[in-house]
Design a binder for this molecule. Structure first.
Ligand SMILES: NC(=O)c1ccc[n+]([C@@H]2O[C@H](COP(=O)([O-])OP(=O)(O)OC[C@H]3O[C@@H](n4cnc5c(N)ncnc54)[C@H](OP(=O)(O)O)[C@@H]3O)[C@@H](O)[C@H]2O)c1
Length: 280
């Protein structure tokens, strides 16, 4: 019997980034589906930057969700993901699901490194997370009243990370169905960043605004906010390419994997506004 033929309740899934936006939801969805979840983050002794910690995190598991904490297309990510995937396959952890980003040319070497590892791989290419507006660096700006971002009037099908998580679990538990496949996962509707902020403003009753800046101006401000120069240079290039309109389309990865429509941005906004996430 191959790992993929195991029944769900017998599977152990290693979840990297288990304290983060997607990993925490993957852990929750996998637990709800009956898998045994092994959280892998620095608190549990797993460190992407320290290869000596990898084998203990992986040994004896059946599958792993791989999310690199730097951007999936950042310098060094392809090498790290390729080496970790090779370690996993060497230990018999063959079912690997990688979180990648839709339309990101810089991420293609990372996806290729996963494929080259010999794993039973699945790549989940996600749209921009709806939760970028509620968790992470952008939320503080929104609480202050203005979101500054280099997205112009570009449209994006923001995806709820809970949908990403459920797609990941479907891929892990779906046997051969998802091995060797790339799934593009988006929300059901296109919105500009300005429209997204307007929805948040309407739900909170606060006069929140969006101010578009160029990728270059945005990148030049990052070192002053504590972002290392190399990372700022990467993000400037990334935003300059990724936010050029290439991702202004809806795709049906959620429906393909889950047999239902993706969660709408307005549901996310209503829930987070009710929880008070954007209070001043
Ligand atoms: N944001 C988007 O819209 C978007 C869209 C598509 C793809 N992505 C991709 O999503 C990924 C980020 O995923 P996310 O947003 O779920 O993560 P996240 O919320 O940024 O959290 C990062 C996670 O990685 C862990 N971590 C940080 N440094 C670590 C290290 N050295 N070793 C081990 N674990 C470490 C953190 O845990 P501890 O700090 O507890 O160790 C945390 O669990 C990136 O690769 C990005 O390219 C993002």
């Amino acid at each position: 019997m191959t790992e993929n033929a195991k029944s769900t309740k017998d599977m152990t899934l290693v979840v990297t980034g288990a304290t983060g936006r997607t990993g925490s939801r993957v852990a929750r969805a996998a637990g709800a589906a009956g898998l045994t979840v092994r959280a892998a983050s620095r608190a549990t002794g797993f460190d992407w930057a320290d290869r000596s910690t990898w084998a203990d995190a992986l040994r004896g598991a059946d599958a792993a969700y791989l999310v690199h904490p730097a951007d999936v297309g950042a310098p060094g990510t392809a090498e790290a993901v390729g080496e970790l995937a090779g370690t996993a396959v060497g230990l018999g952890v063959r079912r690997l699901v990688l979180l990648s980003a839709r339309g990101e040319d810089q991420a293609l070497p990372t996806e290729e490194a996963l494929r080259a590892s010999g794993a039973d791989w699945t790549v989940v290419r996600a749209a921009w997370f709806a939760q970028n507006f509620s968790e992470g660096p952008l939320v503080e700006e929104l609480r202050r009243g203005e979101l500054v971002f280099p997205a112009g009037e570009v449209e994006e099908p923001f995806v709820d990370v809970r949908d990403i998580a459920e797609v990941v679990v479907a891929a892990v538990t779906g046997g051969e169905r998802y091995a060797g496949r790339t799934l593009s996962v988006t929300g059901p509707r296109l919105l500009t960043w300005g429209e997204a902020v307007a929805e948040i403003a309407a739900a909170t009753g606060r006069p929140l605004t969006y101010r578009a800046v160029s990728a270059r101006d945005y990148g030049e401000a990052l070192p002053g906010l504590g972002v290392p120069a190399e990372e700022a240079a990467f993000l400037t290039e990334l935003f300059g390419t990724l936010l050029d309109g290439r991702n202004a389309s809806v795709e049906d990865g959620v429906r393909q994997a889950l047999g239902r429509e993706a969660r709408d941005f307005s549901d996310f906004v209503r829930e987070e506004a009710a929880a008070g996430i954007w209070k001043a």
